[in-house]
Design a protein around this ligand. Structure first.
Ligand SMILES: *Cc1c(COP(=O)(O)O)cnc(C)c1O
Length: 399
């Protein structure tokens, strides 16, 4: 039987196929790899076409602040992977969070946010959104009663990350989506740590997914970018904000992310397998007090993570026996690992959260968040596991 030419050949395709092919539009050159459209604006055939494009009567590119073919390819490909109607790309992960809030909230609105989100997200909400009359209540990610009690009549949005950074706590997406739906509020999930290769929050009932594409979507630490995904009517609001405010994704960065998506699942599986092996090894090491990784059966979120994730991801943390001095000794003894706060890279990174990523927190807040002086976070890259283990063993064996 002849194929129906009107049917999308990718409809029903598996994630691996979508990751490599979704969103590609071939030009007249027949290029095999996706072309890069490094242009700020577009020309029109005549004045009438210019008028029709500007008014939106005829679809087409006008200006790269709001439409660009390379950005659109990335948006369509990540939307296919997350199972979203639509995606809107942004200049960074923070721009994605800001654009979501600016598009969907107004003065007098309230949001509830997990206490264990990316530190800059907390600053954005407390310092900047608060200035415009949007208040935030912070709750424990894993305490569903706390989420329920924090919802006020003016609450519009619940915001969280799962797994959390750096302790890998797991939020119950289905339960939080039920709660959001029953109270008429939106659930937004920052899916940066898992990516759609490991977890698809929309499948569990979330309304919005947010990414820092800077991390695993790129996967090699080259470009900043972000993306917001969800239903078309919500994304139209987000795109409207980007169009007017300008935190748009560069076409070059979009092209890098598009190519990054092609290897996303393979990388996430490799990161996860190496992190699992490293967590198991650390848990047995006499100089290690405790390991935080949802792939370990003793972790409180293990069963939940098994249910809602395909694998446990590449980030883990552990407490050494001792305090800051011992933690710093282990970090300073490494010769291969990169001492940097970044993650989601082919290169393994190591950091001391209490004095870097979480250094802004007061002592009481650190204690409540479990950010102790002896805690080390590792974002496992793609080097040989023996070399990563050997690099950590040098400091740990000397303690
Ligand atoms: C890095 C990060 C962000 C911010 O992304 P940028 O691209 O650096 O702006 C937001 N959320 C999480 C979970 C992150 O790790």
């Amino acid at each position: 039987m002849a194929a129906d030419p009107t049917e999308d050949p990718l409809s029903g395709a598996a994630l691996d196929t979508l990751a490599v092919r979704a969103g590609q539009v071939r030009g007249p050159e027949g290029e095999h790899s996706e072309a890069l459209f490094l242009t700020s604006s577009y020309v029109f055939a005549n004045a009438a076409e210019a008028a029709a494009r500007f008014s939106g009567e005829v679809e087409g590119n006008v200006y790269s602040r709001y439409t660009n073919p390379s950005v659109r390819t990335f948006e369509q490909r990540i939307a296919a992977l997350e199972g979203a109607d639509q995606a809107v790309a942004t200049a960074s992960g923070m721009a994605a969070i800001l654009s979501t809030c600016m598009a969907l909230l107004r003065a007098g609105d309230h949001l509830v946010c997990s206490r264990s989100v990316f530190g800059t997200t907390t600053v954005l909400l407390n310092k900047f959104l608060a200035k415009f009359g949007v208040a935030t209540t912070f709750v424990e990610l894993t305490d569903i009663d706390a989420w329920r009690e924090a919802i006020e009549p003016n609450t519009r949005l619940l915001l969280l990350e799962t797994p959390s950074n750096p302790l890998c706590e797991i939020g119950d997406l289905a339960a939080l989506a039920d709660l959001a739906r029953s109270r008429g509020v939106l659930l937004a999930v920052d899916n940066c740590f898992c990516t759609p290769a490991l977890q698809r929050p929309l499948d569990w009932g979330a309304d919005i997914v947010i990414h820092s594409a800077t991390k695993y979507l790129d996967g090699q630490g080259r470009c900043l970018g972000g993306v917001v995904l969800g239903r078309a009517e919500l994304m139209a609001e987000v795109l409207g904000f980007i169009r007017s405010a300008g935190p748009s994704l560069s076409p070059f960065n979009a092209w890098v992310f598009t190519k990054g998506l092609e290897t996303l699942r393979l990388r996430m599986e490799a990161h996860s397998a190496a992190a699992q092996a490293l967590a198991e090894w650390l848990a047995e090491h006499p100089a290690v007090e405790r390991v935080f990784y949802a792939g370990l059966p003793g972790h409180p979120g293990h069963e939940l993570a098994r249910r809602q994730q395909r694998a446990f991801g590449g980030v883990l943390s552990f407490r050494v026996r001792g305090g800051r001095e011992q933690a710093w000794q282990v970090i300073d003894a490494t010769r291969i690992l990169s001492l940097t706060a970044n993650l989601g890279d082919a290169k393994t990174t190591i950091v001391h959260p209490a004095t870097t990523t979480h250094g802004r927190l007061g002592d009481a807040e650190k204690a409540r968040a479990g950010i102790t002086e002896n805690l080390i976070r590792v974002a496992v890259g793609l080097e040989a596991l023996d070399d990563i283990r050997g690099d950590l063993a040098r400091g740990l064996d000397a303690l």
